[in-house]
Structures are given as C-alpha cells and as structure tokens.
Design a protein around this ligand. Structure first.
Ligand SMILES: [Zn+2]
Length: 139
C-alpha cells in the first residue's frame, strides 16, 4: 500500500503486514516524522472475516525501497538472516574445493607425463618399473 509522509510528502510502498496493527506508529525514513498509517480505502466487513491463514514458510525477505519507512518495533527476521549468512559462508568454500580438486588432477597428470617422458631414468632407478612400462606399451 502506498503511504505518503504528512510532512515531507515522500511516498513509500509499505507491506500490508506492517499496517495490520493500526496503533503502531510509522517513521518516515526521509525526515524522521512519526505518524499513524491512514485508513485503507476499502475496509473489510468484520462480521464475515475469514480466519487468518497460517504464515507461509520459509520466510522471504521483501525488497524494500530506499528511503525506507519502518515500523517502530519491527524485529529482524532471524530465519532469513541465518539462511543468507550460511549461503555466503558456503559459497567460497565450494569454490576453493573445486580449485583444490583441479590442482590435484593437474599435478597427477603432470607427474604421470613426466614419468613417461623420463621413463629411461625411472627404469634405471627402479627396475620393476620397466615391467609396468612394458605392460602399458611404452617399453
Ligand atoms: Zn517525511
């Protein structure tokens, strides 16, 4: 719902859940003025109000415009914050693991290649290697 600050007339898009409690004061993020949310344009009839649906899970952070209009006792959402920090922590670790795997594969290939190129020296130093190279068709 669009709310306009009564002092500086800055417009804010405020989530409906912040406006459910009409006694909660709102603070303008631009000039700091405290004011109450205006009445909604079409109030629902109280007599036929359906029971509140259960809150959806998981908690999704709503994108907030800048400057923001904040409710005075708005609490942080620990579920969403924890998920975000976990994501940040695990991303570099998996990248590092992939790099380590790539490095060990390259090292292994280089070692094998060097052993084949220098097989005369290898066979001289370690005689059983000659059988291995023969079996590979390199003797
Ligand atoms: Zn204002």
């Amino acid at each position: 719902m669009l709310i306009t600050c009564p002092k500086c007339e800055a417009g804010f898009q405020v989530p409906e859940r912040l406006l459910r409690d009409r006694d909660r004061p709102l603070r303008c993020g631009q000039c700091g003025t405290m004011f109450r949310a205006p009445e909604p344009p079409a109030p629902e009839p109280v007599a036929f109000q359906a029971p509140e649906p259960p809150p959806p899970a998981p908690v999704v952070e709503e994108p907030r415009p800048a400057p923001t209009l904040v409710a005075e006792d708005s609490r942080p959402e620990p579920l969403a914050a924890r998920g975000a920090s976990l994501e940040r922590a695990s991303a570099p670790a998996s990248r590092g693991l992939r790099a380590a795997w790539a490095a060990s594969i390259v090292l292994l290939l280089c070692g094998g290649l060097a052993a084949i190129i220098k097989r005369d020296a290898v066979m001289e130093a370690w005689a059983p290697a000659a059988r291995l190279f023969a079996a590979l068709g390199l003797g």
